[in-house]
Design a protein around this ligand. Structure first.
Ligand SMILES: [Fe+2]
Length: 353
């Protein structure tokens, strides 16, 4: 058995209240809540839902128009059908009531047949509106569920791709996850949206995925690379972008952008395209700072790990040359968080102070 829906009647005249209560007895699915005080009704309706309210115009504490205005200010009742009962045929009272948000009128004295017909129509309308809004809420939750599931699948694909890149090069695997966390901290400091900060953390681990296309003799070479090998190594940006290109998935699109542009330089002397300044996507400018900072502060076959202070100094020297100055400033501002990411990762050998 479903719970009865509520109809509210507000009238200082107790005889009218009784009459309307009696007339509602033919509506089996509804219960009537009566108030002889408008103020008491406003207080009770803060927590009470209803389908339709019938409000008298002439009341001692406040008139029906003030009552409707105040009731409309309660968000849950902003769109509820409210009927004004008036003995007044004056057009200005009716206009003011309509303006305040009343949707219909009943003339005093109440005529039972007219009352029943009007209420029947209004309640039917109210029921239809409720069903529509229930349906909209259901559809919304279904869309949310589907979006969430799609998102989880996207994140899974990205996680697996990042792991695949890690099999090729263990150093790359550990490096990529630290870079992702630096990127997210930096993006947050730059005032990017929480969605972007989350997305860049998920997409950044693939910035070096193009290294799967670079020969092991170059990737694992302990000493400095020859010019030819360096040129070959630079291709990892293009290979990465190629692997991730043309996806309809936003995360993969962002990952492709980062893979392609994380070695561009603010002064235009980077690779692979030699883009400069704000022509480089912000994601690429963020990743450039995070990537270099991590490379400097960890041990590599050809170099020791730099202390964090020295790496921060390098970033400062390169602000406006290699890096976007705004990114360097923001990275410095979140230094404590950066150092804590460094400390939390056992692979980061540098002295984090
Ligand atoms: Fe790279």
């Amino acid at each position: 058995m479903t719970a009865k829906r509520t109809v509210v009647v507000v009238d200082d005249d107790k005889t009218n209240l009784m009459l309307m209560e009696m007339l509602f007895r033919s509506f089996a699915d509804y219960q009537v809540l009566t108030f002889s005080s408008a103020l008491q009704a406003l207080t009770s309706l803060v927590t009470q839902d209803f389908e339709v309210a019938i409000v008298d115009y002439m009341m001692p504490e406040m008139d029906g128009i003030s009552f409707v205005k105040q009731l409309r200010m309660q968000e849950r009742h902003a769109d509820k059908p409210i009927v004004m009962v008036t003995a007044d045929k004056e057009a200005d009272v009716r206009l003011a009531a309509l303006d305040a948000g009343a949707v219909d009128f009943l003339q005093k004295p109440i005529e039972p047949i007219e009352f029943r017909v009007r209420m029947k129509n209004l309640l039917r309308l109210s029921e239809a509106q409720r069903k529509l809004s229930d349906r909209a809420a259901w559809l919304n939750s279904e869309v949310e569920k589907a979006t969430q599931s799609l998102r989880e699948r996207e994140e899974e694909i990205i996680g697996r791709l990042s792991r695949a890149a890690g099999y090729k090069d263990m150093e790359t695997a550990l490096h990529t996850f630290r870079v992702a966390r630096y990127c997210s901290a930096l993006a947050r400091q730059l005032g990017e949206s929480p969605e972007f900060c989350r997305d860049i953390q998920l997409a950044a681990p693939m910035h070096d995925i193009g290294k799967v296309g670079i020969g092991d003799s170059i990737l694992g070479k302990p000493g400095a690379l020859t010019d030819e090998e360096r040129e070959e190594m630079k291709k990892h940006t293009l290979i990465g972008a190629e692997i991730l290109a043309n996806s309809s998935c936003d995360l993969l699109h962002l990952a492709a952008e980062i893979a392609l542009t994380h070695h561009e330089r603010w002064d235009g002397r980077g690779y692979p395209m030699g883009k400069a300044g704000e022509n480089i996507p912000r994601s690429g400018r963020i990743a450039a700072v995070a990537d270099v900072f991590d490379a400097l502060t960890t041990e590599r076959p050809y170099k020791d790990a730099w202390p964090a202070e020295r790496a921060f100094l390098y970033l400062r020297e390169q602000a406006g040359r290699q890096f976007d100055p705004a990114c360097v400033e923001a990275f410095e501002r979140c230094k404590d968080e950066i150092l804590s990411i460094m400390r939390s990762d056992p692979d980061a050998h540098a002295i984090a102070a």
